[in-house]
Design a binder for this molecule. Structure first.
Ligand SMILES: [Zn+2]
Length: 323
């Protein structure tokens, strides 16, 4: 079969019982119902790769190490894969948006869309873009991109080493769907990790880990509608602190929960953030090994705010002025 045969699909299979096939440590991290996943994407073309290979490529671009791929090729291929994913059956449309266990380089979704004079990414259906168990070797940039699909990135690793200005996902100003980062890891040496300026229906960062030298900033994000906002069990270990400053949480029964999360590093700031709704804002069992600032935070909720079993161990204290 020639490499130009677009019907040849990637040889990659993720198997629940073999975590090494999907960047996992234990099979308990596997979060899919089926115990295996076969990649539906076409094999890479030799013209897309940096070095001549002795044998024909066996894997798609997304399961090929980014060092072997020419600059920009992976980002463009990702964007067109999503845009063209809905041309066959429903089953194909669903699978073509899945990138389980992929190894991305620096995925510049914004740059690839800009080449098309476009800022929206989506297809004519509601299937999620799934990055479960994938690794981003150089981070992900999606500044001002409007995602028209739900995003799922469970147990995904965002390593932003040597790319100090890169963003972790800035997932668009009008993402109308939930964003799910259950168990994701955000690590690296970036100065800022930015999830602000966006509107989410629901956000789940349950058991995610943020470890970096810079700041994690959710500043200016607005979380609306009835979705839950879950930062439960999240580990923040950042030298530059964490900022939820000017973030607006406005939604239903549970506004936002930080149950059992821990913050270590510089200041955690909720200054000027707003909490509206009928539910409780829960910091139950949260550990702050850091200075916490709630200056001028507005808790306009009938459910109140809970700090039950919280531990404040920061050497600089807690500022609640104006809260
Ligand atoms: Zn593949």
């Amino acid at each position: 079969m020639s490499t130009n045969d677009s019907t040849k699909t990637c040889a990659y299979t993720a198997t629940k019982t073999e975590p090494e096939t999907w960047h996992g440590e234990s099979r308990s991290e596997w979060n899919r119902s089926a115990s295996t996943w076969d990649c539906p994407h076409p094999v890479a073309k030799q013209s897309q790769l940096t070095a001549e290979m002795n044998s024909e490529p066996e894997y798609c671009l997304f399961h090929t190490h980014p060092e072997k791929i020419k600059d920009g090729v992976e980002s463009r291929a990702f964007v067109t894969t999503i845009q063209q994913s809905d041309v066959e059956s429903d089953a194909v449309a669903r699978r073509k948006k899945q990138f389980i266990g992929a190894t991305f380089g620096y995925l510049e979704i914004d740059a690839a869309l800009k080449e098309q004079d476009e800022h929206r990414l989506g297809a004519d259906d509601d299937y999620p873009i799934v990055f479960d168990h994938a690794v981003f070797k150089g981070g992900l940039s999606a500044q001002d991109v409007v995602f028209q699909q739900p995003i799922r990135a469970c147990y995904t690793q965002f390593d932003c080493i040597d790319r100090s200005e890169s963003h972790i996902p800035d997932l668009g100003v009008r993402n109308k769907y939930a964003v799910d980062f259950n168990g994701a890891e955000f690590a690296g040496r970036y100065h800022k990790a930015y999830v602000g300026g966006a509107t989410y229906e629901a956000v789940n960062f349950r058991h995610a880990e943020f470890t970096n030298d810079g700041t994690v900033r959710f500043g200016g994000a607005a979380v609306t509608a009835d979705g839950q906002v879950r930062f439960d069990g999240v580990t923040f270990r950042t030298d530059g602190g964490v900022s939820f400053a000017a973030t607006r949480f406005q939604n239903g029964e549970y506004i936002v929960t930080f149950r059992g999360s821990s913050f270590t590093g510089d200041t955690v700031s909720f200054s000027n953030s707003e909490f509206h709704g009928s539910g409780t804002t829960e910091f139950t069992g949260t550990t702050f090994n850091t200075h916490v600032r709630f200056t001028d935070a507005e808790f306009n909720t009938t459910g109140g705010v809970s700090f039950i079993s919280c531990r404040f161990r920061g050497n600089a204290g807690t500022t609640l002025r104006g809260a």
